[in-house]
Structures are given as C-alpha cells and as structure tokens.
Design a protein around this ligand. Sequence first.
Ligand SMILES: Nc1ncnc2c1ncn2[C@@H]1O[C@H](COP(=O)(O)OP(=O)(O)OP(=O)(O)O)[C@@H](O)[C@H]1O
Ligand SMILES: [Mg+2]
Length: 366
Amino acid sequence: MPSVRITELSVHGFRNLQGVRLAADARANVLLGSNGQGKTSALEAIDYAASLRSFRGATRAQLVGHEADGAQVLLRVEGAAFSHEYRVKLTRTTREILLDGKRPERAVEYFGGASCVVFQPGDLELVQGAPELRRRLLDRILVRVVDGYGEALKSYAKALRARNMLLRERHPDLRAVQAFDLPLARYGSAVVRARESVVGDLVRAAQSALEEITQTRDVISVAYRARAPGDAVAYAAMLAAGVQGDLMRRTTQQGPHADDLSLSWSGRPARVVASQGQTRAFALALRLAELHVVEARSGSTPALLLDDVSSELDRTRIERLFSLVGRLGAQVWVTTTDPAIADLLPGARRFEVRDGRVSLTAPSAG
Ligand SMILES: Nc1ncnc2c1ncn2[C@@H]1O[C@H](COP(=O)(O)OP(=O)(O)OP(=O)(O)O)[C@@H](O)[C@H]1O
Ligand SMILES: [Mg+2]
C-alpha cells in the first residue's frame, strides 16, 4: 500500500521553532533533544499543516511564536505518483492554507493527502478524559475518509450554535428555534451515519493492535451510542419531540455534539478499571486503529508521529510498536530525549533539536 511520505519540512515562527528546514527520510526520522527544545512543537507543526488543528488543543495565538508576527509551516509530501506541497500561514488571528501554491477548493482535497496519526502523552485522556476527545478521534478519521464530512460537521455546529443562542434568550421564539431543526436534522444525521459506519472497523483494528503491542488477550471494546438517529426524518421528529425539554434546559440536548464512545476493558468501563499501563496501551491501540481505518478507506498509509514514546511505553512495547510500524510501511517520526530509543530504529535519520532549531546529527545508515 502506498504511504504518506513527508520529504521536506520547513517551519518558521511556530511555537519556539525558527528557521527549521529539513529533508526527511522516507521511512524513519528521530528528533532528539533535551526537554523544552522544540521536539513536540516540530510534530505539532507537521500535524497542524496536515490537519489544521493542534493536537495540544492550542489556538492560533498560542501557536505563533511569542516573538514572531506569524508562523509558517511547509510540508512536501510524496507518493508513488505525486508530490504535493502543503503550506499553512498563521497570524494570531488568521490562517491561510495553500496546496501546491493554490487555495484548495474543497477541504477533502487538502486533508486527503498529508494525513498523519499522532500518539502523544496527552492521549491518556482518550481513555480517561471528556467525551469531546473521543469525538475528535472519530472526526479526525472521518474528515479524511468520508467526502463531505468536514462540511457536514461545520454546518451542524453552525446551526447548533444559532439554535442554542435562541434557546438562551429570555423569551425564546419557538418558531425561530424550530427553523433550525431542518439543517440540524440534515447535517446531524449525516454525522451520525458516518460515525456509525466507522466504529466497527475501529474496534476490530484496536483489538488487534492491542494484542500485538501487549501480547496479551485482554479484550477491549469501543461502542458508539449515537444520541440521535442517522435518518434525517427520524432526527427531525426527535428534535420536535424534545423541544419543550430544550426550552427548559435552554440548550439542544440531543445530537452528535453529545455523542461519546464508551470504552471498556475486559467488559468493564476502561476509565475505571484500566491500570496506567493498560490505559496507555488502549490509547495507543486507538491511534493505531485510526491509522488502519484511514489506510483501509483512503488507500494510503498515514505517517505516524510518536511523541515522547519512552515516557509512555516500556522498551519491549516500543520495540513491538516499531516492528509493527515497519511491517505497515508507515513513515514514522519519533521524538525522544533518549538516544537509546533512536538506536531501536536502525537506519532512521537523526536530527538534534536545540533551542528551536533542528539539525541533522548523523548520516542515515540506510
Ligand atoms: N508560542 C510560543 N512561542 C515561543 N515559544 C513557545 C511557544 N509555545 C511554547 N513555547 C516554548 O517552546 C519550547 C519547546 O516546547 P516543546 O513542547 O516543543 O518542547 P519539547 O522539546 O517537546 O520538550 P519536552 O522534552 O519537555 O517534551 C518550550 O520552552 C515552550 O515553553
Ligand atoms: Mg515534548
């Protein structure tokens, strides 16, 4: 299967990164450096250029370097038969995206090509944290594999905001509130259908990734309980039936904005029973499942960005992870403070990250 290969990365004014320009290895790249030098920021810049979201949940103003007027990230991505340049320019308040120097006409055109999967310390929250993080996992997958999903999600959010604003008025106008039922039903049901279509594959892939990483037969499950029907007519009827409750609570209660994935470990809620190590393994399994689903549906293997794996996984699990990645053929980017981790990826191109600058440290053995 063809895979996403980031061959060139330039970053200016993003977090503490300055004047970064590097030519990447097609298979494996390691960013080595002490704490606070810019390793996570480099992965964040890559994923930001690909997904237009910060995996640390940062706003544009937080991403632009304290001393910079704006930030710019450029990725060159090469496949078997193409080469594309993704460029994103940020100021504290604006964002401009360019695909091969032109504004992309449709979002899927942009998101389709440079897809990345990130595993980072904050991913423990996928298992333990708020539902929003699990919805974001689904959404990250779906914007890349379902045509029109990103647009449906945006239109849904817009209609929801407007309806909720009306519900919060002192004397809500029922007719005005219900004028939003049609768009909510249309876009909301499309979001639900897309989410339902992907969960089965996601849980199967997560289970097999977990077995591979832990070499145990612990059973995990991921269930999607949609809060609204995937049929637009039934959806509209649900909104009509619930409008009195919405008026009382001053908000739209049902819909994909309130969805959650329920995760269980050996039949019990994972948040409650999984140990630290099991929680980490579950989170990693979900990320590898994201990679698998995007690969299966888009026909190309995303690049895998692993932030600070040695703080998350023991050496044996890291070795299994690297060998799995090798078999998948995914390009991998690893950050670490520990050169011994880099040694587990023979042939990887090594870069040193120091004070916001990135330099090649040793020629690739490959
Ligand atoms: N907008 C910003 N402008 C300038 N510097 C920033 C900005 N945001 C964060 N920083 C700083 O950038 C530096 C690099 O942060 P980063 O998280 O990339 O470090 P790291 O190399 O991953 O460190 P660790 O090994 O501790 O995870 C930190 O000193 C951080 O305080
Ligand atoms: Mg870091």
